[in-house]
Design a protein around this ligand. Structure first.
Ligand code: NDP
Ligand code: OXD
Length: 317
Protein backbone atom coordinates (compact mmCIF):
# COMPACT_ATOMS: atom_id res chain seq x y z
CA UNK A 1 0.00 0.00 0.00
CA UNK A 2 1.21 3.50 -0.80
CA UNK A 3 2.23 5.58 2.18
CA UNK A 4 -0.03 8.56 2.96
CA UNK A 5 1.41 12.09 2.85
CA UNK A 6 1.21 14.36 5.87
CA UNK A 7 0.55 18.02 5.08
CA UNK A 8 1.46 20.51 7.82
CA UNK A 9 1.59 23.88 6.09
CA UNK A 10 0.86 27.18 7.80
CA UNK A 11 -0.28 28.60 4.47
CA UNK A 12 -3.66 29.99 3.45
CA UNK A 13 -5.90 27.01 4.19
CA UNK A 14 -8.34 27.76 1.39
CA UNK A 15 -5.46 27.59 -1.08
CA UNK A 16 -4.21 24.37 0.50
CA UNK A 17 -7.67 22.78 0.31
CA UNK A 18 -8.13 23.85 -3.32
CA UNK A 19 -4.66 22.59 -4.29
CA UNK A 20 -5.21 19.27 -2.55
CA UNK A 21 -8.14 18.48 -4.84
CA UNK A 22 -6.67 16.12 -7.38
CA UNK A 23 -3.17 16.20 -5.87
CA UNK A 24 -1.66 12.89 -4.71
CA UNK A 25 -4.52 11.16 -6.54
CA UNK A 26 -3.52 7.68 -5.55
CA UNK A 27 -2.61 8.13 -1.91
CA UNK A 28 -4.20 9.33 1.29
CA UNK A 29 -3.49 12.88 2.38
CA UNK A 30 -3.56 13.83 6.06
CA UNK A 31 -3.89 17.58 6.44
CA UNK A 32 -2.88 18.22 10.03
CA UNK A 33 -4.64 21.57 10.04
CA UNK A 34 -7.95 19.73 9.76
CA UNK A 35 -9.36 19.41 13.27
CA UNK A 36 -10.29 15.79 12.46
CA UNK A 37 -6.63 14.76 12.12
CA UNK A 38 -5.50 15.91 15.56
CA UNK A 39 -5.70 12.44 17.08
CA UNK A 40 -4.71 10.52 13.96
CA UNK A 41 -1.97 7.93 14.44
CA UNK A 42 0.94 9.12 12.24
CA UNK A 43 3.23 6.15 12.77
CA UNK A 44 4.28 4.22 9.67
CA UNK A 45 3.92 7.26 7.39
CA UNK A 46 6.82 8.00 5.03
CA UNK A 47 6.30 11.59 3.89
CA UNK A 48 5.58 15.02 5.37
CA UNK A 49 5.31 18.40 3.64
CA UNK A 50 5.98 21.15 6.18
CA UNK A 51 6.08 24.90 6.65
CA UNK A 52 6.11 25.96 10.29
CA UNK A 53 4.69 22.60 11.40
CA UNK A 54 3.21 21.78 14.79
CA UNK A 55 5.74 21.24 17.58
CA UNK A 56 4.65 17.62 18.03
CA UNK A 57 4.83 16.57 14.35
CA UNK A 58 8.06 14.62 14.56
CA UNK A 59 7.19 12.92 17.84
CA UNK A 60 3.91 11.78 16.26
CA UNK A 61 5.31 10.89 12.82
CA UNK A 62 8.22 8.74 13.93
CA UNK A 63 8.77 6.79 10.73
CA UNK A 64 9.19 9.57 8.16
CA UNK A 65 11.50 8.70 5.26
CA UNK A 66 11.53 12.15 3.60
CA UNK A 67 10.65 15.65 4.78
CA UNK A 68 9.63 18.17 2.11
CA UNK A 69 10.00 21.89 2.81
CA UNK A 70 7.02 23.97 1.70
CA UNK A 71 9.44 26.68 0.60
CA UNK A 72 12.80 27.07 -1.07
CA UNK A 73 14.47 28.13 2.17
CA UNK A 74 14.98 25.51 4.86
CA UNK A 75 16.38 27.46 7.80
CA UNK A 76 12.99 27.12 9.52
CA UNK A 77 13.02 23.33 9.01
CA UNK A 78 16.61 22.72 10.05
CA UNK A 79 15.99 24.29 13.45
CA UNK A 80 12.86 22.24 14.21
CA UNK A 81 13.21 20.18 17.38
CA UNK A 82 13.14 16.46 16.69
CA UNK A 83 13.76 16.79 12.92
CA UNK A 84 14.59 13.20 11.91
CA UNK A 85 17.85 12.41 10.17
CA UNK A 86 16.20 11.68 6.81
CA UNK A 87 16.54 13.39 3.41
CA UNK A 88 15.18 16.94 3.38
CA UNK A 89 13.96 18.20 -0.01
CA UNK A 90 13.44 21.90 -0.67
CA UNK A 91 10.95 23.45 -3.07
CA UNK A 92 12.43 24.38 -6.44
CA UNK A 93 9.99 25.25 -9.17
CA UNK A 94 9.63 27.69 -12.06
CA UNK A 95 6.54 29.24 -10.48
CA UNK A 96 8.61 30.35 -7.50
CA UNK A 97 11.73 31.25 -9.45
CA UNK A 98 9.74 33.41 -11.88
CA UNK A 99 7.99 35.27 -9.08
CA UNK A 100 11.27 36.01 -7.38
CA UNK A 101 12.85 37.31 -10.57
CA UNK A 102 9.84 39.57 -11.15
CA UNK A 103 10.31 41.04 -7.68
CA UNK A 104 14.06 41.53 -8.09
CA UNK A 105 13.67 43.11 -11.54
CA UNK A 106 10.91 45.38 -10.24
CA UNK A 107 13.07 46.59 -7.34
CA UNK A 108 16.13 47.19 -9.53
CA UNK A 109 14.00 49.22 -11.93
CA UNK A 110 12.35 51.18 -9.11
CA UNK A 111 15.78 52.28 -7.91
CA UNK A 112 17.22 52.83 -11.40
CA UNK A 113 14.23 55.02 -12.31
CA UNK A 114 14.30 56.77 -8.90
CA UNK A 115 10.73 55.83 -8.16
CA UNK A 116 10.97 56.58 -4.43
CA UNK A 117 12.21 60.11 -5.15
CA UNK A 118 9.36 60.70 -7.60
CA UNK A 119 6.92 59.36 -5.03
CA UNK A 120 8.27 61.85 -2.47
CA UNK A 121 7.92 64.62 -5.07
CA UNK A 122 4.37 63.52 -5.89
CA UNK A 123 3.37 63.89 -2.28
CA UNK A 124 4.58 67.51 -2.39
CA UNK A 125 3.16 68.09 -5.91
CA UNK A 126 6.66 68.77 -7.26
CA UNK A 127 7.20 68.51 -11.07
CA UNK A 128 10.94 67.89 -11.49
CA UNK A 129 12.76 65.50 -13.78
CA UNK A 130 15.62 63.57 -12.19
CA UNK A 131 18.80 62.18 -13.74
CA UNK A 132 18.07 59.08 -15.82
CA UNK A 133 21.01 56.70 -16.26
CA UNK A 134 20.66 53.62 -18.45
CA UNK A 135 20.60 50.15 -16.93
CA UNK A 136 23.90 49.31 -18.65
CA UNK A 137 25.65 52.00 -16.59
CA UNK A 138 24.93 50.10 -13.37
CA UNK A 139 26.23 46.81 -12.02
CA UNK A 140 23.85 44.62 -10.05
CA UNK A 141 25.78 42.30 -7.74
CA UNK A 142 23.82 39.25 -6.63
CA UNK A 143 24.93 37.57 -3.41
CA UNK A 144 23.57 34.03 -3.64
CA UNK A 145 24.07 32.90 -7.22
CA UNK A 146 21.95 29.76 -6.99
CA UNK A 147 18.62 28.86 -8.60
CA UNK A 148 16.99 32.21 -7.83
CA UNK A 149 20.08 34.38 -8.23
CA UNK A 150 20.93 33.03 -11.67
CA UNK A 151 17.40 33.40 -13.01
CA UNK A 152 17.15 36.98 -11.76
CA UNK A 153 20.57 37.66 -13.29
CA UNK A 154 19.46 36.46 -16.73
CA UNK A 155 16.34 38.63 -16.63
CA UNK A 156 18.22 41.71 -15.42
CA UNK A 157 20.74 41.21 -18.18
CA UNK A 158 18.06 41.30 -20.87
CA UNK A 159 17.13 44.76 -19.54
CA UNK A 160 20.69 45.87 -20.02
CA UNK A 161 22.03 45.75 -16.46
CA UNK A 162 25.57 44.54 -16.00
CA UNK A 163 25.19 41.64 -13.55
CA UNK A 164 27.80 39.85 -11.43
CA UNK A 165 27.33 36.94 -9.02
CA UNK A 166 28.80 35.83 -5.71
CA UNK A 167 28.46 32.35 -4.25
CA UNK A 168 30.26 30.01 -1.87
CA UNK A 169 31.82 28.04 -4.69
CA UNK A 170 32.75 29.72 -7.98
CA UNK A 171 30.06 29.33 -10.68
CA UNK A 172 30.74 29.21 -14.43
CA UNK A 173 27.72 30.90 -15.97
CA UNK A 174 28.01 32.16 -19.54
CA UNK A 175 27.78 35.92 -19.79
CA UNK A 176 28.35 36.68 -16.10
CA UNK A 177 31.41 37.56 -14.10
CA UNK A 178 31.32 35.43 -10.96
CA UNK A 179 33.14 35.45 -7.63
CA UNK A 180 33.53 32.86 -4.91
CA UNK A 181 33.49 33.52 -1.17
CA UNK A 182 37.11 34.71 -1.20
CA UNK A 183 36.33 37.29 -3.90
CA UNK A 184 33.84 39.25 -1.78
CA UNK A 185 35.78 42.51 -1.67
CA UNK A 186 36.35 42.59 -5.43
CA UNK A 187 32.69 41.76 -6.01
CA UNK A 188 31.46 44.48 -3.65
CA UNK A 189 33.76 47.12 -5.16
CA UNK A 190 32.00 46.65 -8.51
CA UNK A 191 28.43 46.56 -7.19
CA UNK A 192 26.04 49.54 -7.49
CA UNK A 193 22.87 47.62 -6.64
CA UNK A 194 23.36 44.76 -4.18
CA UNK A 195 20.77 41.96 -4.29
CA UNK A 196 20.67 39.43 -1.43
CA UNK A 197 19.36 35.98 -2.36
CA UNK A 198 21.27 34.00 0.23
CA UNK A 199 19.95 31.24 2.46
CA UNK A 200 20.19 31.88 6.20
CA UNK A 201 23.04 29.83 7.64
CA UNK A 202 25.58 30.44 10.41
CA UNK A 203 27.89 31.90 7.71
CA UNK A 204 25.34 34.33 6.26
CA UNK A 205 23.76 35.53 9.52
CA UNK A 206 24.16 39.30 9.78
CA UNK A 207 26.32 39.46 6.65
CA UNK A 208 24.53 42.57 5.33
CA UNK A 209 25.89 45.12 7.76
CA UNK A 210 27.60 48.51 7.72
CA UNK A 211 31.03 46.97 7.20
CA UNK A 212 29.80 45.34 4.01
CA UNK A 213 27.79 48.35 2.77
CA UNK A 214 30.84 50.60 3.02
CA UNK A 215 32.72 48.30 0.61
CA UNK A 216 30.15 48.71 -2.18
CA UNK A 217 30.87 50.89 -5.21
CA UNK A 218 30.09 54.60 -4.99
CA UNK A 219 31.21 55.25 -8.54
CA UNK A 220 27.90 54.42 -10.27
CA UNK A 221 25.79 57.13 -11.93
CA UNK A 222 23.44 57.24 -8.94
CA UNK A 223 26.29 57.65 -6.43
CA UNK A 224 25.60 55.70 -3.26
CA UNK A 225 24.65 52.04 -3.68
CA UNK A 226 21.27 50.40 -3.14
CA UNK A 227 20.56 47.30 -1.03
CA UNK A 228 17.84 44.82 -2.02
CA UNK A 229 17.14 41.69 0.04
CA UNK A 230 14.71 38.83 -0.49
CA UNK A 231 16.84 36.02 0.96
CA UNK A 232 16.32 35.96 4.71
CA UNK A 233 15.99 38.76 7.25
CA UNK A 234 18.45 37.07 9.58
CA UNK A 235 21.18 37.91 7.07
CA UNK A 236 20.66 41.65 7.48
CA UNK A 237 21.36 44.02 10.38
CA UNK A 238 18.41 46.39 10.23
CA UNK A 239 19.91 48.98 12.57
CA UNK A 240 22.84 49.19 10.12
CA UNK A 241 20.51 49.58 7.12
CA UNK A 242 18.71 52.45 8.83
CA UNK A 243 21.98 54.14 9.84
CA UNK A 244 23.53 53.59 6.40
CA UNK A 245 20.59 55.21 4.64
CA UNK A 246 20.54 58.09 7.11
CA UNK A 247 24.25 58.84 6.68
CA UNK A 248 24.26 58.31 2.89
CA UNK A 249 26.27 55.07 2.84
CA UNK A 250 23.23 53.57 1.09
CA UNK A 251 21.00 55.41 -1.32
CA UNK A 252 17.97 53.26 -0.53
CA UNK A 253 16.76 49.74 0.06
CA UNK A 254 14.08 47.24 -0.92
CA UNK A 255 13.37 44.64 1.72
CA UNK A 256 11.07 41.63 1.55
CA UNK A 257 12.49 39.83 4.58
CA UNK A 258 13.18 41.02 8.11
CA UNK A 259 14.99 40.05 11.30
CA UNK A 260 11.55 39.74 12.93
CA UNK A 261 8.48 38.99 10.83
CA UNK A 262 5.98 40.57 10.70
CA UNK A 263 8.16 43.70 10.81
CA UNK A 264 7.43 45.26 14.23
CA UNK A 265 5.29 48.41 14.16
CA UNK A 266 8.02 50.38 15.90
CA UNK A 267 10.66 49.65 13.23
CA UNK A 268 12.03 52.91 11.77
CA UNK A 269 12.12 51.19 8.36
CA UNK A 270 8.34 51.64 7.99
CA UNK A 271 8.60 55.41 7.75
CA UNK A 272 11.71 55.77 5.59
CA UNK A 273 10.97 57.29 2.16
CA UNK A 274 13.98 55.56 0.63
CA UNK A 275 12.89 52.09 1.68
CA UNK A 276 10.51 49.78 -0.17
CA UNK A 277 8.91 47.16 2.07
CA UNK A 278 7.03 44.03 1.03
CA UNK A 279 5.75 41.45 3.57
CA UNK A 280 7.88 38.38 2.72
CA UNK A 281 5.87 38.11 -0.45
CA UNK A 282 8.55 38.24 -3.15
CA UNK A 283 7.95 34.63 -4.16
CA UNK A 284 5.25 32.80 -2.28
CA UNK A 285 5.06 29.06 -2.89
CA UNK A 286 2.28 28.14 -5.31
CA UNK A 287 0.65 25.33 -3.34
CA UNK A 288 -0.59 23.38 -6.37
CA UNK A 289 2.93 23.50 -7.83
CA UNK A 290 4.35 22.46 -4.46
CA UNK A 291 2.15 19.37 -4.37
CA UNK A 292 3.08 18.52 -7.99
CA UNK A 293 6.75 18.81 -7.05
CA UNK A 294 6.31 16.60 -3.95
CA UNK A 295 4.30 14.01 -5.89
CA UNK A 296 7.00 14.00 -8.58
CA UNK A 297 9.78 13.47 -6.05
CA UNK A 298 7.87 10.65 -4.32
CA UNK A 299 7.36 9.00 -7.70
CA UNK A 300 11.10 9.29 -8.40
CA UNK A 301 12.01 7.78 -5.05
CA UNK A 302 9.54 4.93 -5.34
CA UNK A 303 10.76 4.08 -8.82
CA UNK A 304 14.36 3.89 -7.62
CA UNK A 305 15.58 7.30 -8.82
CA UNK A 306 17.43 9.75 -6.56
CA UNK A 307 15.55 12.62 -4.95
CA UNK A 308 16.29 16.08 -6.36
CA UNK A 309 16.86 19.39 -4.55
CA UNK A 310 18.27 17.71 -1.46
CA UNK A 311 19.44 19.97 1.33
CA UNK A 312 23.05 19.67 2.46
CA UNK A 313 22.54 19.77 6.19
CA UNK A 314 26.17 20.51 7.00
CA UNK A 315 26.07 23.59 4.72
CA UNK A 316 22.63 24.61 6.05
CA UNK A 317 20.87 24.99 2.69
P1 NDP B 1 20.18 27.96 -3.80
O1 NDP B 1 20.59 26.96 -2.80
O2 NDP B 1 19.91 27.52 -5.20
O3 NDP B 1 21.25 29.15 -3.88
C1 NDP B 1 21.85 29.66 -2.74
C2 NDP B 1 23.08 30.42 -3.17
O4 NDP B 1 23.67 31.03 -2.02
C3 NDP B 1 24.15 29.51 -3.80
O5 NDP B 1 24.76 30.16 -4.87
C4 NDP B 1 25.15 29.34 -2.66
O6 NDP B 1 26.48 29.08 -3.06
C5 NDP B 1 25.06 30.70 -2.01
N1 NDP B 1 25.58 30.66 -0.64
C6 NDP B 1 25.10 29.97 0.41
N2 NDP B 1 25.88 30.17 1.50
C7 NDP B 1 26.86 31.00 1.11
C8 NDP B 1 27.97 31.58 1.75
N3 NDP B 1 28.23 31.33 3.04
N4 NDP B 1 28.78 32.39 1.05
C9 NDP B 1 28.53 32.63 -0.27
N5 NDP B 1 27.48 32.12 -0.95
C10 NDP B 1 26.67 31.32 -0.26
O7 NDP B 1 18.88 28.67 -3.19
P2 NDP B 1 17.76 29.49 -3.96
O8 NDP B 1 18.40 30.39 -4.94
O9 NDP B 1 16.71 28.58 -4.43
O10 NDP B 1 17.13 30.34 -2.75
C11 NDP B 1 17.93 31.26 -2.02
C12 NDP B 1 17.17 31.72 -0.78
O11 NDP B 1 16.09 32.60 -1.15
C13 NDP B 1 16.44 30.64 0.02
O12 NDP B 1 17.34 29.93 0.84
C14 NDP B 1 15.44 31.44 0.82
O13 NDP B 1 16.03 31.85 2.04
C15 NDP B 1 15.18 32.67 -0.05
N6 NDP B 1 13.82 32.70 -0.56
C16 NDP B 1 13.03 33.79 -0.27
C17 NDP B 1 11.75 33.88 -0.76
C18 NDP B 1 10.92 35.09 -0.50
O14 NDP B 1 9.73 35.08 -0.84
N7 NDP B 1 11.47 36.13 0.05
C19 NDP B 1 11.18 32.82 -1.59
C20 NDP B 1 12.09 31.75 -1.86
C21 NDP B 1 13.35 31.69 -1.35
P3 NDP B 1 26.85 27.73 -3.86
O15 NDP B 1 26.24 27.93 -5.23
O16 NDP B 1 28.34 27.72 -3.90
O17 NDP B 1 26.23 26.60 -3.11
C1 OXD C 1 10.77 30.33 0.78
C2 OXD C 1 10.08 31.53 1.18
O1 OXD C 1 11.79 29.98 1.36
O2 OXD C 1 8.91 31.75 0.78
O3 OXD C 1 10.29 29.67 -0.17
O4 OXD C 1 10.66 32.34 1.90
Amino acid sequence: MKSPVIIDLKFDQEQVAAALKGAFADREVINLLHPGSRKRDLSGIDYAVVWRPGADLFSRAKDLKVVFSGGAGVDHVLTLPGLPDVPLVRFVDDTLTTRMSEWVVLQCLLHLRQHQAYEAQRQKRVWRELVQPEAKELTVGIMGFGVLGQDAAAKLKTLGFNVIGWSRSRKQVDGFETFDASGLNAFLAKTDILVGLLPLTPDTKGIFNTGLFTRLSRKGPLGAPVFINAGRGGSQVEADIVASINDGTLRGASLDVFETEPLPLESPLWSMDKVVITPHAAAASDVAALFRHVAGQIERLESGKPLEHLVDRSAGY
